[in-house]
Design a protein around this ligand. Sequence first.
Ligand SMILES: Cc1ncc(COP(=O)(O)O)c(C=O)c1O
Length: 404
Amino acid sequence: MKYFNKILKIENLSIDKIAKKFKTPSYCYSYNQLKKNIQNFKKSFRSISPLICFSVKSNANINLIKEIKKFGLGADVVSMGELMIALKAGINPKKIVFSGVGKTPREIEFAIKKKILLINAESKSEVIEIERIAKLKKKSVNIGIRLNPNTDAKTLTQISTGKKDDKFGVNDKIFFEILKYCKNSKNLNLQCLSVHIGSQILNNKPYEKMLQVIEKIINKSNYNFKFIDLGGGMGISYGQETKKLNYQKYCIAIKKFLKNHKSKIIFEPGRSIIGNTGILISKIIYIKKNDKKTFVILDAAMNDLMRPALYGAKHKILASKKRSRKINLTHEFVGPICESTDKFISLNNFHELKEKDFITICDVGAYGMSLSSNYNVRLKPLELLIRGSKVKIIRKRQKYKDLI
Ligand SMILES: Cc1ncc(COP(=O)(O)O)c(C=O)c1O
């Protein structure tokens, strides 16, 4: 996303041109940014040759997953639907891991049938259920146990998953109980210890602490785990952050850990792969002013992009045409939905805007479209993949007949 002579572009195409041709609201993804992110991730961790499983929950567009697959990545899924999409996109089942606290018998059966790499169990009841189904199918199933390492990821509470009061994983006591249980089972093949402490992590310290906790647990268990799944969570810049996650430092910490433990590392990154590839283009329907502020009413709403309403996330907004005059008033960018939380951001001193102008909400590739809904019976947006000057429709805009 860059301005060229005050015209905003994604790759070689102007936002205005895309918006006029494909209408709004529309999600657009930059292929070259996606490629850059994957190459950067791979390069940063090359020395430990991990299995990188893209976290499908961050963006479940099958056409994007097909592109991601071409770079050799696997998938991290949390439902049967996500597993079906990953398989349909052509991802090798031996590169798929399945997490989640509430896998149903149907989902477990499907995962066993598809011979995926690992089912990462999150409770003793789930382990027993996997064993029951495996026995019934006369199979030995590869599983992981998700440990709750009681580590504060120092991120938003709503996206923190590794503290002892969070619902995810099991504590060390139950971890050892499950380990013992698996040793006595003919149908369970315990291969992995998994963790995921949260999302949008910008500080290396929580990861280092998490590795120390894992190290302690492994030493105490005296068990050889074929895989250590470290989850995802690597944060990106949304424009306001002062910190940046240092991949190199994280890699050094993992290498140190691997000196004593000969396991294959698995990562489950979502946001760091897809977050900054996506934008949401929207049109200004009306501008209305009161004494204190200007409401910029967009045709995109919280149903299209839920993150600001859900956890107060802030996304940069850019005008598609940068007019020279700046207006020194609070601009509140809102959607048309009948909720006060249908608000994207308040900005002071913005470039002059006019009704029917197009604007761009930035860095929405992760947890943007995947969290969208049909609230207020609004249609889900179109998705486009931009590569140089080429545009490909990767998901059609919903139609009213799909809903009514
Ligand atoms: C188990 C698991 N793995 C991976 C991810 C991906 O996280 P991120 O998009 O922050 O990399 C999540 C997201 O919360 C998750 O719950």
